[in-house]
Design a binder for this molecule. Sequence first.
Ligand code: GLN
Length: 540
Amino acid sequence: MSTKYIFVTGGVTSSLGKGIISASLAKLLQARGYSVTIQKLDPYINVDPGTLNPYEHGECYVTDDGAETDLDLGHYERFLNVPTSQANNVTTGRIYQTVINKERRGDYLGKTVQIIPHITDEIKNCVTKLGNRGIFEIVITEIGGTVGDIESLPYIEAVRQFRYEHGHKNTLVIHLTLIPYLKAAGELKTKPTQHSVKTLQSQGIQPDILVARTEYPLTNDQKKKIALFCNLPSDSVIESLDAETIYDVPILMEEERLDKVVLEKLELDERSKPDLSIWKNFLTRFKNPSSTIRIGLVGKYIELQDAYKSILEALVHAGVANEAAIDVTPIQSDDINDKNVHNLLKSMQGVIVAPGFGKRGIEGKISAIKYVRENNIPFLGICLGMQCSVIEYARNVMNMTNANSVEMDSKTDFPVINMMEGQKSITNLGGTMRLGAYACKIKEGSLAHRIYQRTEISERHRHRYEFNSAYQDQFEKAGLKATGINPETNLVEIVELENHPFYIGVQFHPEYKSTVANPHPLFVQFVKAAVGEKVAIPVE
Ligand code: GLN
């Protein structure tokens, strides 16, 4: 079978949840036995989101092959349980970089290099590259941004050409819009959707399916009206009511027959009914927890939910595995000090210290770690969180008073966290950290071993600094053990404390690998330890 291509565009406003709709559709098609992947094309000029501040763009998600990508890829993996790669996220910056590199090499043989055809060709290449791998029967390509933006024009044009070249039965366009509810008029309004579809049509694309985000159910008449104005049969107008959780969306889309309409239009077999048993089981448990666990998340970007997306979702998965709802209390690390830490953390059943970069909030993270260490509160430190646990131990247990990471204090007497050797000569910030999957060997009998139940693991990374092995013996003697080591470089990947109910710091990012079908063992066991620590709050 030749690969079929589905494009998902958005109109009216941003943040409508194109990523979740794409992931939900992919889930339904996968549950019918199709092999599906999802790709995101982002119209901004950054080559990747790796250099973006989390306040700008939310979390930077990292793939096994070390791509720094949009956080939507996290949703794709969490929904599909299939790893993504660099090819699954392409930005305008990357497209232009490729085209300009080709031009410098002389590949265009004296031609004038233009948006059409050179940029549009490169966009199409990025789409077919996934299709041509021969692994996926269906490639879903989400176009970031909103139709009508200047930035998205080349993408829309590329989709138009793609359809022309691959034919309508091999390609499909789904347009997602908002049907706003006007409180004063007491009405849902279809006009912005009409305008958005007209914009798409004026750029040469007739969508095949319209997915309408709405707070209230659409009446049949409203659906018919949208269908008429958008030039669509009325079964191609799919209502997407606000959902209680993102994990409800595949089920809602199945009820709305989105997958059926898609298969019909692409002339594909329905195969079996979607097998969503694991998914539905997850949802039932998610909605019927027997207790609530309060977890403190200490970080410096806590004002923006998206900044720690994968951690929050990994906690959801781990909560479900423990039949517990997780009540995450975000705590601004900047605001924590040794005086207020007791009040801020005393009711937490577990504390996560988040990843991050730079000095701000570091001292607060260290105060939080001292508190959880001394008060036997389950602790999980991720990346910078792990590095802070090393600093805290050095300062407060080993009397290295001004111990620090050289990232924060290059003149410290005790550089317990040092820059990795390979990083010292690097000047460019973009794409140059230690990125992606690396192996880690776990010490038998350690907490990490009990958590993972194996001694060889692979986890994803994103960092420049590392535990300074020159101090390893001293730390081990003082009780902070290195229990996970990279077998090739000896880099310390895991530290843990004896005589504590659950205290572990990891240099890698376990949150990137937690999915609905495979909750991450570190989060599952962390939550389990938290359940045991203090009396969980019963669910009313
Ligand atoms: N800033 C630290 C480093 O570069 C930690 C990075 C992180 O938390 N992702 O090593």
